[in-house]
Write a protein that binds this ligand. Structure first.
Ligand code: LAC
Length: 338
């Protein structure tokens, strides 16, 4: 039996666990600072086995990383979730501390694991996990493209009143409002979507996709989406464990592809037992390339911002510190999104 550790027993982590348990392909471990909650959710989920999955897979909850030893996959969902009017990038510094610590603990016990990062701001946290674990970048990937593409597919299916099963769509770029939904690569059983949906309506669908997470945050009021994010994680875990070699848009480290170097960003990748088996390079139009470059730039500036925030602060007089803080905030233009 494979072993999957999910760090963070919140809504996204446990929903991913729920879908994975239904597939019955791995023993699951929830790790959370709130041990009793992790144990309670694991116990509750394990009691669905005779009703739904029939799976004999174990599910446990704990606070101890030692229990995660020799995991095949570590999923990091720990962090605070966005509240209404909060951008993903507002979460940057708080979640960086949580995620770096989780990654550092997990890698000690599972040096051969593949890491899937889910915590926002996604692209920056994925980069941070790779830097923290020092794993080959093929073994560290982020979940966002599957989710963003699934949202686009749902909106197209809903607009046309057809089965989502026949819709295929692709969203590249960072998991923010500069993400790049690819119209040309969205189809209904191979029929380009532009043949079935007129331009204006299609534009609205693309816009709604870019704001897909924020739309749900504004409805839920206290927290962000978790059913589709959890399902997206489960699909990535399955693709890796079962060596499916699926073509999934994921946050991966570009190494020259798309003119991007050494940056984690959403690109189409073949996902299998080795993690990112390879990145698939598509010929983009000038407009699409520009949009991808703008998204990359936003990620890079947030990585630089995070690095500056995490530098030990030089000794400074109190008033200087305040000035620096104000200046820092003013130059930060967080990418709003969902
Ligand atoms: C979303 C959050 C989970 O897109 O990033 O819903």
């Amino acid at each position: 039996m494979f072993k999957v550790t999910i760090i963070g027993a919140g809504n996204v982590g446990t929903t991913a666990g729920q879908y994975l348990h239904m597939k019955g392909i791995a023993d699951l471990l929830f790790i959370d600072i709130n041990e009793e909650m992790a144990r309670g959710k694991a116990l509750d989920l394990s009691q669905t086995a005779s009703i739904i999955s029939g799976s004999a897979a174990e599910i446990m909850g704990t606070t101890s990383y030692a229990a995660s030893a020799d995991s095949d996959i570590v999923v990091i969902t720990a962090g605070i979730a966005r509240k209404p009017n909060m951008s993903r990038d507002d979460l940057l510094n708080i979640n960086a501390g949580i995620v770096a610590q989780a990654a550092a603990e997990a890698i000690k016990h599972s040096p051969n694991a593949i890491f899937i990062v889910v915590t926002n701001p996604l692209d920056i946290m994925t980069d941070l996990v790779q830097k923290t674990t020092q794993l080959d970048s093929k073994r560290v990937l982020g979940m966002a493209g599957v989710l963003d593409s699934a949202r686009l597919e749902a909106f197209i299916a809903d607009h046309l009143q057809i089965s989502p099963a026949d819709v295929r769509a692709m969203v590249l770029g960072g998991h923010g409002d500069l993400m790049v939904p690819l119209k040309r690569h969205s189809s209904i059983k191979g029929i380009p979507v532009s043949e079935l949906i007129e331009a204006e309506a299609l534009q609205k669908i693309m816009e709604r996709t870019r704001n897909g997470g924020a739309e749900i945050v504004s409805l839920l009021k206290s927290g962000s989406a978790y059913y589709a994010p959890g399902a997206s994680v489960a699909q990535m875990v399955e693709a890796i464990l079962l060596d499916e070699k699926r073509l999934l848009p994921c946050c991966v480290k570009a190494n020259g592809q798309y003119g991007l170097k050494d940056i984690y960003i959403g690109l189409p990748a073949i996902v299998g037992r080795n993690g990112v088996e390879r990145i698939v390079e598509l010929a983009l139009t000038a407009e699409e390339s520009q949009a991808l470059a703008a998204s990359a730039q936003s990620i890079e500036s947030n990585i630089a911002l995070l690095e500056s925030l995490r530098q030990p602060k030089p000794q400074a007089l109190p008033e200087t510190t305040t000035d620096q803080k104000t200046a820092g905030n003013a130059t930060t233009a967080p990418e709003k999104s969902g």
